[in-house]
Each structure stands twice: as C-alpha cells, then as structure tokens.
Ligand binder design. Structure first.
Ligand code: GLA
Length: 413
C-alpha cells in the first residue's frame, strides 16, 4: 500500500486531541541535550552511507546495490565516511512453510550480496515494517519479528530501517479505532519488540525508526533502542520539500546526541532539478542538523560537482563532530535564516541561508554577530570556497537565492 493512502486513512483517526486543557502549560525551554540512555554500540556519529529509495524506488535490484557499493569506493565516498549501503523497500519475497522470509527474484542471494558489500569495507542495511506489509505492499515483519531479526543477522545485516506503514491500518486502527493514545502505545510497543529481537541476535545493528515523527518520537525513540528516527514525512527532490523539512527541525536539537539522531530523511543531493546552490544548501543544512547522511542519488552516473558536494570533508566534519550537538536556528530576518552549531573544542559552525526565490545579491543581508553571542570579529573558514574570511558585526553578506554561507570558527569567543 502506498504511504499516502495509509496516511490519508490514518489522518481520519489520528486527529489532534483538541482543546482539553483550560490552562496553557508553558514548557521549560532549554537547549541542553536530553540524556537518558547510555551511548549505544553503534552510530556514535550520525550514520553515513547510501540508500536505494530516493533514486531507484521499487526498481532496485541486487546489481544496483553492487554498483552502488563499487561506486562508493571508486568515488572516494567510502573513504569520506559513507559506509552503509542500504536496501530500501521491495527486496522482500514470500515466507516459506516455516515462516522464513525469502528475498524476491531481484535479490537472488542476500547472503552473497552482504558478503560482496562487506568485502568492499562497507556495511549492508535492509528495510521492513512492523505491519503485515511494507509501504510498497511487500511482505513485512508482523508476528515474525524474532525470525526476521535472526534472518538479518544470519545474512550479516548491519542496519534496519523499520517503517510503520501498514501497521497503521492493520493494527492500530483495527484494534483501537477510536483511541489515539492506545494506537500510539501499540506503535511504541511494536518498535520496542523489534529492538528486543535485534538485540537478541547479538549483532550490532543500527536501528532506524521511520514513522514520520508521530507522537514526538524524539522523546521515546532512545527508550526503544532507536539510533535514529525520522522526524517528518517523506523528502522530495525539490526546494520546497527540503526547506519545509529543515524548518520542522527547529526545536528538536536537544533530543540528538551521540548514538541518537533526529533524521530529517535521506539526501536528495544530485536528484531532481535541484540547482547547485540548492544541493549545497541541502547538504550544508543536513550537516548542521547532525543528520544521518544517506546519499540517495544515482552513483554510477554522478556528476563531478555532485561528488564534490558529497565528499566535502569540511562539511562532513561538521555533521560528524564528536560532540554531537545539533544546530539551532539562532534567528531569521526576512527570508534569511541563521543557524549555529556548537562543535568540539569550542569551535562553532554558522550557516546563513537565503530562502528567498527572487532575492539576489543586490541588497545584502547584514549578519549580526551579537545575536549569535559573538562580541568581536571572528576569523572563519568558508567551507564551500575553502577561503579564510573575517566575520564582523553587521557585515553585509551577498547570498544568492537558495544559497548558503557555511563557515567554521575555530574557537569562538
Ligand atoms: C515510506 C518511507 C520512504 C520509503 C518508502 C518505501 O514512504 O518513508 O522513505 O522507505 O516508504 O516504500
């Protein structure tokens, strides 16, 4: 079943709770990270790799995965940190009489594929759903969680994306049609169940929740063993989608940290009709967000400028900074947004983004250092030109439409 269909049905049930409280509760706002769980064995920095969905969708085959692995190596992406090769939906076949799931004819031998990917110094990821079917209507894990987790481990799988999809109509809406809270408890329990099944295999497997941010997943994701959780609906290869997902991340920074990451969805860099500026901005902002960097483009046909974006080591270093502090939006003025991120060693990253579609460099934006807590001129590195620059208070910046200035200040004062 297509996700859009599932969601449109689900929306009928999962309506807002309505105005039930008389007195507004004012939450205590803090930027301090939330730390409830111990740092897990995997994903100490946001996972990096490639996923088949954004480019291949349902067409992906074993050959495409092998090609992607080859190209990750040949392009230098593996050496820049992209190690997970993730098969998304449509690999699944049927269960046999013992309930063991088999891959379909597009993936003749999953163990051999895993061995091939591992032989390249890469890791292999896979996809399923807690419901009876995946989003694309293939066999999924409901009532077979332990069996499936063991199967993944026997193949040598290193990463699981677990996508809610048919669990919504088949279980949540079926079993508790008028009780939203009960539906959410079922969803959390389903994610917890697969976590326990994965843990029982003894194999370190990155656990990626895909349920579109429902029920403030960032609050309970770590408790069900998640290393990352999608915070929004599906990304598309256009500016509107990327920019609206970016804005939906404001306020989530404190939930991210080593081992636990907000996931604003996989990269669309190199897909669709994104301009060079849009590709750079998308990549810059995902790095600011400490987002998983899962490329989703056609690697064998990648243009040099797209490869240059995806392998920009300075930008990747922002994403992978060991402090794991996600950026926050410091301020917006008109169509310009300024985001900052604390980095290890007292360093700081600043992104200034022009979201305007028709505001070009003719009337510059003035960057307030004071608003960023900086009180003197700062030496910085422009991470896209590689040049050293000096930031001064209220300095004019000329940033083209949908472009970004991304800088790193070695140790901010
Ligand atoms: C959902 C997910 C996507 C992708 C598809 C596969 O839409 O959000 O990322 O995995 O399912 O069917």
């Amino acid at each position: 079943m297509r996700l859009s269909m599932v969601l449109s049905v689900a929306v009928l049930v999962l309506c807002p709770l309505g105005s039930q409280s008389q007195k507004p509760v004012v939450p205590k706002v803090t930027q301090e990270p939330v730390r409830k769980q111990a740092v897990p064995r995997v994903a100490h920095t946001p996972p990096m790799g490639w996923n088949s969905w954004n480019f291949f969708a349902g067409r992906v085959t074993d050959k495409d995965i092998r090609n992607a692995a080859d190209q990750l190596v040949a392009s230098g992406m593996r050496d820049a940190g992209y190690v997970y090769v993730n098969i998304d939906d449509t690999w699944e076949g049927e269960r046999d009489a013992n309930g063991v799931l088999h891959s379909n004819s597009k993936f003749p031998d999953m163990k051999a594929l895993a061995d091939y990917v591992h032989s390249k110094g890469l890791k292999l990821g896979i996809y399923s759903s807690p419901g009876p079917k995946t989003c694309a209507g293939y066999e999924a894990s409901l009532d077979h969680e332990v069996q499936d987790a063991q199967l993944y481990a026997s193949w040598g799988i290193d990463y699981l994306k677990y996508d809610l999809c048919s669990f919504i109509p088949a279980v949540m809406m079926q079993q508790a049609p008028n009780d939203k809270a009960a539906q959410m408890r079922m969803m959390v329990a389903a994610y917890d169940k697969m976590d326990k099944a994965l843990t029982a295999t003894g194999r370190p497997i990155v656990y990626s929740l895909c349920q579109y941010g429902w029920d403030a997943v960032w609050e309970w994701g770590p408790e069900v063993g998640a290393n990352l959780w999608r915070t929004t609906g599906d990304i598309q290869a256009n500016w509107q989608s990327i920019y609206s997902i970016l804005n939906e991340q404001a306020g989530l920074a404190r939930y991210a940290g080593p081992g636990y990451w907000n996931d604003p969805d996989m990269l669309e860099v190199g897909n669709g009709n994104l301009s060079l500026a849009e590709n750079q901005t998308h990549f810059s902002m995902w790095a600011m967000l400490a987002a998983p960097l899962l490329a989703g483009n056609d690697l064998p046909n990648m243009k040099p400028e797209i490869r240059a974006i995806l392998t920009n080591r300075d930008v990747i270093a922002i994403d992978q900074d060991r402090l794991g502090r996600e950026a926050t939006r410091a301020y917006s003025e008109g169509e310009v947004d300024v985001w900052t991120r604390k980095l290890s060693g007292g360093a700081m990253a600043i992104a200034v983004l022009n979201a305007g579609s028709d505001r070009y460099a003719t009337h510059p934006f003035h960057l307030s250092l004071t608003k960023l807590g900086l009180h003197r001129p700062q030496k910085a590195k422009d991470l896209w030109t590689g040049k050293e620059i000096v930031l001064t208070d209220n300095m004019p910046l000329e940033i083209a439409s949908h472009d970004v200035l991304l800088v790193r200040i070695p140790a901010s004062k």
